[in-house]
Structures are given as C-alpha cells and as structure tokens.
Design a protein around this ligand. Sequence first.
Ligand code: CP
Length: 324
Amino acid sequence: KRHLISAADLTRDDAVLILDTAEEMARVADRPIKKLPTLRGRTVVNLFFEDSTRTRISFEAAAKRLSADVINFSAKGSSVSKGESLKDTALTLEAMGADAVVIRHHASGAPYRLANSGWIDGAVVNAGDGTHEHPTQALLDAFTLRRRLVGRDEGLGRDLDGRRITIVGDILHSRVARSNVHLLTTLGAHVTLVAPPTLVPVGVGAWPCEVGYDLDDVLPKSDAVMMLRVQRERMNAAFFPTEREYSRRYGLDGDRMARMPEHAVVMHPGPMNRGMEITAEVADSDRCTAVEQVANGVSIRMAVLYLLLGGAEPAAAATHARTE
Ligand code: CP
C-alpha cells in the first residue's frame, strides 16, 4: 500500500515522475472539459483538523477532475468537537469506503499514525501535519520552479540541478520549509535558509542546506526566493517579533527584490501576511508566483491521487483517453 507522508521519502525518480505526471494533468486543465474518468467509483476524503483554503480546495478540485467522489470533513462542526478521537473518526471514514484520506492535522505525525494504525485501508496523503511536513506543497513549489527556471516542455524528465533556492522567515514553525529542503535538495538544488536566529529550529545543522542571517547578502545569488508566513498562532506571544523590526530585516520589498537576478522569482505558499514578510508591491508583481503556485497545486494533487489510486496505466495514456 502506498502513502505520501513525507517529502523525505521520495527519491529523485519518484519526484520527477510526479512532476512529469502533473505536466500531463495540467494539459487536462487547458482543455474546455477539464475532467478525466480515471478515478470513477473511487472515494477521496478530505479530513481537515486545521484550517485551509488552498490545500483543501485544490485536493477537492483534483479529485473531482479525476471523477472521484469527494467527501469533505472539517473538524469544526463535526463530532471531534464532542471529543471523538482520531481512531473513531478514521473508523467512521473506513465504514464510508474511503480509498484515499487526505489529512491535515495540528499534531506532527498524525498522518503516520493514520497510515500505520490499521484503522483504514486506503492511501493516506499528508496535507500538512503540525510543524512537520507538507509534501504536496513542496511538490507544487518544485513544479513551479521547474517550469519557471527550466521550462515547461524542456523541464520534462529533468530536476533542479544546481538551482539556488532561498527560503526566508519563520523556518521554526514551517512544514513547508522542511518539506522543501528535503525535496529541492533531492532534486539537486542548493537551498539556503535565512531567518532570525529565534526562528531557526534546533538541529537545523543536520538538514541538507545552508543557514544565513543576512537576506541582502543572499538575494543576488538566488534563482528563487521563497517567503514564509510568520505563524503567530504557533508562537508564544512573548516571542512575537515586532512587525516593523521583522519586515525591516527579513521582509521582501521592492528595493530588496531589485537586488535579485533578473530571471529570479519570488514564491509564497500562502496565506500571506502582506506588510510583514512581503509588501503588496512584491506580492502583486509579475515576479511573484503565488497565484501560479495555487493553480499548479491542482495538477500536482491530480498527479499524486492518480499515482496512488489509479496509476496502472501511464499518465499520458490516461490523459489522452476520452475526457468527459
Ligand atoms: N499553502 C497552504 O497550505 O495554504 P492553506 O493553509 O490555505 O491550505
């Protein structure tokens, strides 16, 4: 049985296969009728214990474009608020016949628990667990980077060898940063983290990346700069950086963006704190890929669901088949 729990579990070939399959899926989105019959009769459950806009909507769009039935479960308004456990919630979903469970949870490790518990038979996809990992976000980021830095057609079958990616901000609380460090280095990129010393995780020395503290120094050497949201909801209020101090040292504004090479792009996984880690001028500029990342997320999640649930035939065969 296959699951997608951690970007660290993916080999280079796994990751390139997912990116190439997502390119096939993106061709479906370009058609007038954006639907394939591939997962007809399968059920995908979106099990969200934490808030989400992009991830939940794009998993739903991805499953529907593959003709799966979709059940959306949000902990708010469910029996979780009456104290129901993850186990009993999972057993309920199993009784509904879930073929895949896409889970977002505030506890790091919850998707592992679900995948290894025997409570459910279906594939488990991690849609973000605590401060641990968010593998489909890293995949959609890698997809966006490959398109922008290598090319849409030229990128097929290729990785991000030698590309220099800088990830800036609240690394400590960021599952996006952790998944990206694993995935981008697996794909051959050089990753540099830039953050206030208080927002760098203990043990970062064992991560396959460099750590810097001077954003202005790193910007001219970056092919892409990924800005992270400051996650106040995961911080002790006593350790909040002030908005002014944070944006002065670690925020990306128009002047800083001008220090980047001309070809370099600005990324943000969303949601953004405009005025804190990124100014509106940068967020709304042509160099910022935030909206493109969201669109690419649907193709990546179609590829992941297709490969986990229906990938008996090559994606090209499935996407060239009759659409409906
Ligand atoms: N990037 C991301 O995970 O966004 P959501 O929290 O809106 O899903």
